[in-house]
Design a binder for this molecule. Structure first.
Ligand SMILES: NC(=O)C1=CN([C@@H]2O[C@H](COP(=O)(O)OP(=O)(O)OC[C@H]3O[C@@H](n4cnc5c(N)ncnc54)[C@H](OP(=O)(O)O)[C@@H]3O)[C@@H](O)[C@H]2O)[C@H](O)CC1
Ligand SMILES: [K+]
Length: 290
């Protein structure tokens, strides 16, 4: 009688151990991956909420902000904003590619519009920061006298400004050039790319792994909203959004590109009125890594 009770107790213990083992194994094999995937999706949600906290502004809002900044009520001039924009880009170059004893070369490729103007200003600041900048400026704009004045200032600083027919490709060489500043087109680019810029992009694309690209506001050829639509498209190592990131920055691969915001000319209240936070720039910095 007592031995039968003993074997029942023994059977119960074995069953309990089996159930416990089963639960333990199912936790290991089923729940752990599940928990992992839940955790991962939470993290990626966090990432996307970070993206939205970057306050990507639509191209329409970016244009409206520019108009207001340079409108009669606020009264900035284009020249003022361009000076701050170019200074920001020079600071990003300095942060990512400090000049070395043997290499100080930076090639700035400037387009015909205001993105190109930012590049001309950037070249002047780079010279002051101890680099040896060279500007390739194939299509010079006569839209305003101001672009001509920026070129005169570069002459004054002994910065070479190459015209369309000069040999600019000699600078696409990692032994002499730390990086290329892409100041060809910004938010007013409309595809398809026309010459000579299509050929220039091909050349930059071919060397971008060895001579890294610093994109001013928008990588040339990217659509301000849709991102890299043209082929081949540039993948900058450094991306400097001006005023605020535009929707195309959602196409940045953080493994390949460091993203900064620059162009520090928006007070807190103005940013809030337009639905985005002022970026938390530190001290006298003109750029903030995002
Ligand atoms: N507040 C700010 O954020 C500031 C930004 N700035 C910079 O300004 C640019 C925008 O400048 P904008 O002059 O409006 O435009 P772009 O420089 O992008 O380009 C205009 C020129 O590009 C030519 N273009 C356009 N598409 C093509 C194409 N497919 N092929 C060849 N050429 C093209 C266009 O020529 P058009 O004949 O078509 O008129 C223009 O010559 C912004 O991105 C910032 O970098 C300012 O510094 C102020 C502050
Ligand atoms: K650009």
């Amino acid at each position: 009688m007592s031995s039968r009770r003993g074997s029942r107790v023994y059977n119960c213990v074995v069953v309990v151990i089996c159930i416990a083992l089963f639960i333990r194994l199912s936790v290991i094999f089923c729940w752990t991956p599940y928990c992992k995937s839940v955790l991962q999706s939470t993290l990626s949600n966090d990432h996307s909420s970070n993206m939205s906290s970057l306050r990507v502004v639509s191209s329409k809002l970016a244009a409206q902000i520019d108009q207001e900044l340079m409108g009669p009520k606020i009264g900035f001039t284009l020249q003022q904003l361009m000076e701050l924009a170019g200074l920001s880009v020079a600071e990003a170059v300095q942060r990512e590619f400090p000049p070395a004893a043997t290499r100080k070369g930076v090639l700035i490729v400037a387009g015909p519009g205001n993105n190109g103007g930012d590049g001309l200003v950037c070249a002047r600041h780079l010279k002051l920061f101890g680099y040896d900048p060279v500007v390739y400026y194939p299509k010079r704009s006569s839209r305003t006298e101001f672009y001509g004045q920026l070129v005169k200032q570069l002459d004054f600083f002994n910065v070479p400004v190459l015209s369309e027919t000069e040999n600019w490709t000699q600078y696409l060489n990692p032994d002499r050039t730390l990086c290329v500043v892409d100041a060809i087109f910004g938010f007013s680019f409309k595809p398809p790319m026309r010459e000579p810029f299509a050929e220039i992009i091909k050349r930059l694309h071919a060397v971008q792994e060895s001579v890294p690209i610093v994109a001013v506001d928008i990588p040339t050829g990217w659509d301000v909203d849709a991102g890299p639509v043209e082929k081949p498209h540039l993948t900058p190592k450094v991306f400097v959004s001006l005023t605020a990131p535009k929707p195309c920055t959602n196409h940045i691969d953080p493994a390949k590109t460091v993203h900064y915001v620059g162009g520090r000319f928006i007070p807190q209240e103005f940013a809030q009125q337009h639905g985005f936070e002022q970026f938390d720039y530190k001290g006298v910095n003109q750029i903030l890594k995002l």
